[in-house]
Ligand binder design. Structure first.
Ligand code: GLA
Length: 396
């Protein structure tokens, strides 16, 4: 697949990281970008071998990378004004600064693969809000993996870098995430969303034709940290469900294989919590397929209905929502220009994704803003996003 290279002139963040790199290290760096993502539908299905429908967005992490003149390597995060110095032969996990771990895990994996790396410097910045469910972490891992690969001309396949990034999230960050975010950051295409089978990793892009509607993200400003939230617990609960179902149905290797009638039949043995988790996942997978059909037919009203159902499932059955997300969801549902809405990403905070009639966007945003402020005393964030290409070099 081809990802067009981007021009630096179009990219204010690239200019910023380049200038900072030159100031700090006195040479011209390689520039790389990697996007955050949205997910239209298919939440918490990826680590259950199910289906997701993400797209890369014009909120990105941008990297300036180059070889070091001595043996010292460093990572510098412009946003935090922090530098972490280390030995590239020994990229261990650190207590501080935590953001460095997303990148150090990538280096550790490359080292394990036997790739010979030179000491390097990296300056990074980005406009993907953190903890907002837009996968700033995957963008950080994927962009760095790609940059280090490109610098050394390892020419690793994109999919291998996706797995490297996911490994880093598991082992260096501690979130047992699925593959959606890293896949989306690395593989997205401009103006398209894609459907990914998280078992076979088959995927296909489709143009996202929303007619008179636009996707608006509303940010609760509740910052989730998936590492300390119930994310890993949800994964364990699903595995517990599979363990029980498997003792009756040997072909159930993951919840992707389970049916509603199997889950109903073993409801009492699963127990209330695991039952609800399993049921949500099976229903959500079915919704992704229905949603794909609706989109193919251009039936946005029906698509929006699946978004509403997804939210209710995430909130009531899977319990990864929170009061703020539920409130934003309710406000959206009541708004006359909205035809679909749901919480997006890992949950416990972050954003809702809303399908809003274009002419009503201003009213939608101001109505939600005012009500949200009244209720929680907080100004919500909002983003209208463009769909962009996956990780790429930025031409100077
Ligand atoms: C986070 C994880 C993903 C996925 C979503 C929920 O973003 O990183 O792998 O599980 O939550 O759909």
């Amino acid at each position: 697949m081809s990802h067009s290279r981007e021009r630096m002139a179009m990219h204010p963040l690239a200019t910023k990281v380049r200038e900072a790199y030159i100031r700090l290290h006195g040479s011209e760096p390689l520039l790389v970008r990697s996007p955050g993502r949205i997910n239209l539908i298919g939440e918490h299905t990826d680590y259950n071998d199910g289906f997701v429908m993400p797209a890369g967005i014009d909120r990105e992490m941008v990297f300036a990378i180059g070889r070091s003149k001595d043996k010292t390597s460093s990572l510098h995060a412009l946003k935090h004004g922090q530098t972490y110095e280390f030995d590239i032969q020994n990229p261990v996990r650190v207590a501080h600064p935590v953001w460095a771990n997303y990148m150090l895990g990538v280096l550790h994996q490359y080292k394990e693969k036997g790739l010979k790396m030179d000491a390097l410097h990296c300056v990074v910045d980005g406009d993907v809000p953190t903890g907002a469910g837009l996968s700033s972490s995957a963008a950080l891992e994927c962009g760095f993996a790609f940059g280090v690969d490109h610098l050394h001309q390892f020419k690793l396949p994109r999919l291998e870098m996706v797995h490297t990034a996911q490994w880093s999230e598991h082992q260096y960050v501690g979130v047992m995430c699925g593959i959606m975010d890293q896949f989306a950051s690395m593989m997205s295409m401009a103006d398209k969303a894609f459907m990914l089978d998280c078992r076979s990793l088959e995927y296909h892009y489709f143009p996202l034709d929303l007619k008179d509607y636009t996707l608006v993200l509303c940010d609760t400003m509740v910052k989730h940290s998936l590492a300390s939230s119930g994310y890993n617990t949800r994964r364990q609960e699903c595995e517990e469900g599979v363990r029980i179902l498997q003792s009756y149905y040997s072909d159930v290797k993951s919840l992707r294989d389970a049916t509603l009638s199997q889950i109903e039949q073993h409801r009492s043995e699963l127990g209330d919590v695991v039952y609800r988790r399993c049921r949500y996942v099976v229903e959500e997978n079915a919704r992704v397929h229905e949603a794909a059909n609706h989109l193919a037919k251009g039936d946005l009203i029906a698509f929006g209905q699946r978004m509403y159902e997804s939210h209710r499932g995430l909130s009531q059955m899977y319990e990864v929502s929170c009061d703020e997300l539920d409130y934003m969801f309710e406000l959206a549902q009541k708004h006359p220009d909205v035809i679909g809405a749901r919480m997006m990403g890992g949950g416990f905070g972050g954003c809702t994704i809303n399908l809003v009639q274009r002419s009503g966007i201003d009213d939608f945003i101001s109505t939600l803003q005012a009500s949200y402020r009244r209720k929680f005393g907080v100004d919500m964030g909002h983003y209208i996003v463009k769909l962009v290409n996956g990780t790429s070099v930025i031409d100077n």
